[in-house]
Design a protein around this ligand. Structure first.
Ligand code: DHB
Ligand code: MG
Length: 224
């Protein structure tokens, strides 16, 4: 397929099955106006996260990497009114922008933004109720660390989704020197070898280009 054909198919799927949504589009517009990169998930991918969270019956969702909160809004809409999405954002300025987007989307009561780097914030979540669903979408160099915390903070049955595992095909280059691709490869190798997970991955061709998503289930909990 050429970019023209698969972009047309993605637009068709988006228009047919996702539709337009003011709060989500405003969140992306504000993110862009703030000079942030347009690296939120594609609409079809946001809806995939939403459906996976609903299918798994998730009440407590953990997201690592908030940005403008586009995927966070999709996830917050998937949990019941007494559910929670805890989302981790390293940059205070971005966290504030995301909070305004959650207010406008009417999901602020279900979302907690924790500001700080994942490696610092994740250990503080240890005493809380376990998470039913984890979405990993931050610095790819830390994917193995984030997966370890997903297993620690989850329970058998917790669904884990990792964004950007295709990386324009570079993920299949064993000689790559790109640090975020190496981080992605280590994460996938961990999902394969670590007995706490069972996983697969799918390539995606959507509004964000050629990439991929890994989907895993936590089979056992605890640290390695
Ligand atoms: C990048 C990060 C993402 O999470 C994404 O979805 C696309 C690109 C990046 O860092 O380039
Ligand atoms: Mg991403």
């Amino acid at each position: 397929p050429t970019p023209e054909t698969w972009r047309r198919v993605d637009a068709y799927f988006s228009e047919t099955l996702v539709g337009h949504d003011e709060a989500l589009e405003a969140a992306v517009a504000d993110q862009e106006a703030a000079g942030l990169p347009p690296i939120e998930v594609a609409p079809v991918n946001g809806k995939l996260l939403h459906l996976l969270a609903r299918m798994s019956g998730a009440r407590r969702v953990l997201e690592i990497g908030t940005l403008g909160g586009y995927s966070t809004i999709w996830l917050a809409r998937a949990v019941p009114d007494d559910g929670r999405v805890v989302t981790i954002e390293a940059e205070p300025r971005i966290a504030e922008l995301a909070r305004r987007n959650f207010e406008r989307a009417g999901v602020a009561h279900k979302v907690e933004v924790r500001v700080g780097r994942g490696e610092h914030v994740l250990p503080t979540l240890t005493g809380e109720e376990p998470f039913d669903f984890v979405f990993i979408d931050a610095d790819k160099e830390s994917n193995t660390l984030y997966l370890d915390w997903a297993a620690r903070l989850g329970h058998p049955g917790t669904v884990v989704v990792v964004d950007n595992v295709g990386r324009g095909g570079e993920v299949a280059n064993p000689a790559t020197t790109v640090s975020n691709v190496i981080g992605t490869q280590r994460g996938l190798e961990m999902l394969a070898r670590d007995p706490r997970f069972d996983a697969t991955a799918l390539q995606t061709l959507d509004a964000k280009g050629w990439d991929g998503v890994a989907i895993a289930i936590v089979t056992a909990v605890g640290g390695t």
